[in-house]
Design a protein around this ligand. Structure first.
Ligand code: PEP
Ligand code: MG
Length: 322
């Protein structure tokens, strides 16, 4: 089975009716690049940079970050590389550095909230990202957005970093795109203010499901309630994909849902064309894409989106493959 899948490595992910689909990789650092190349991913859709310092006592300086980001870009010539700014806190807590007690870490100072609370640290990362952008097709992605002012503050810091780099005569990509993650229900329900400010959106289904269903994704006692097919979750995902299409903004899914073949046809039928996942899942998802006819799937998925019984939805989703 594995060797059959391996033959798909250099096949373009195109549906039966000719729709091109991008299959991108989620990575934690340069160590994952061999696996990304082994499956010939269309790019990196999510580089989780917080793994640069999780479990360490000191934050990586600008130089160390720059080297890591550049290494990823160098190995993906001509392909997009989406690098997410630090998503620390909650399930990705820092070791010692700035640790404090939080009664509800998932609802606390994590991701963009943490970065904006530590502007010096954040600007160091933004400078490293800008410098790396001279070496490939880099895009910056902001995690866990809920407010427009979080984007505005980030864009201001990026501008500051650019002014510094210009004064230092350091090269960077002047047109570097900035996008954001839709993983808080509030963001998925108020897309206009994000779409106006960003160049692309990526749906983080892991957190979107956690926050929509009020299920701690790291709590074993409630995992049985964690359901990507809950009608509320599906509405938020499909609404985001549709809004992106309406306003000409690329949308991807980079949560676990994108790498699970159970959901591929559903997501294709919703209009999704960018899937980012663990590189080990790419060929299996490609196999699903190659069998799909999105013209035929779209109306069936529209009917699923009108359903509000989870058991019926699950049956209908499984039938999409039949
Ligand atoms: C997500 O929330 O779906 C996501 C991709 O981000 P992470 O899993 O790193 O929180
Ligand atoms: Mg997330």
């Amino acid at each position: 089975e594995r060797s059959k899948l391996n033959r798909l490595k250099d096949t373009r992910a195109t549906t039966l009716d000719g729709e091109n689909v991008n299959l991108l990789a989620n990575i934690e650092g340069p160590k994952d690049l061999n696996q990304v190349k082994a499956v010939n991913a269309d790019g990196v859709g999510l580089y989780r940079t917080e793994f640069l310092f999780i479990g360490r006592d000191a934050l990586p300086d600008e130089e160390e970050q720059y080297e890591a980001y550049r290494a990823v870009l160098k190995s993906m010539p001509g392909k997009p590389v989406t690098i997410r700014t630090f998503d620390v806190g909650a399930d990705k807590a820092l070791n010692g550095v700035g640790a404090r007690f939080e009664p509800n870490p998932a609802l606390g100072l994590r991701a963009i909230r943490y970065s904006l609370a530590e502007p010096q640290m954040f600007k160091t990362q933004l400078r490293a990202l800008l410098r790396a952008s001279a070496h490939g097709q880099l895009q910056i992605m902001i995690p866990m957005l809920a407010h427009a002012h979080e984007i505005d503050q980030t864009l201001t810091l990026i501008e500051k970093a650019k002014v510094e780099l210009r004064a230092e005569r350091v090269k960077f990509d002047e047109r570097l795109a900035v996008g954001g993650m839709i993983e808080v229900p509030a963001a998925a329900l108020a897309l206009g203010m994000f779409i106006r400010r960003l160049s692309f959106l990526s749906i983080g289904t892991n957190d979107l499901i956690q926050y929509t269903l009020a299920i701690d994704r790291s709590d074993e006692a409630v995992v049985h309630l964690y359901d990507p097919l809950h009608p509320a979750v599906l509405k938020l995902i499909s609404g985001t994909i549709q809004a992106g299409a309406r306003f000409g903004l690329p949308v991807s899914v980079c949560g676990e849902m994108a790498g699970d073949p159970v959901y591929t046809l559903l997501l294709l039928g919703m209009g999704l064309r960018n899937f980012s996942m663990h590189p080990g899942n790419i060929l299996e998802i490609k196999q699903q894409v190659l069998r799909a006819d999105v013209g035929e799937l779209a109306p069936r998925v529209q009917r699923i989106l009108k359903m509000d019984e989870q058991s019926k939805i699950r049956e209908a989703v499984l039938r999409l493959a039949g």
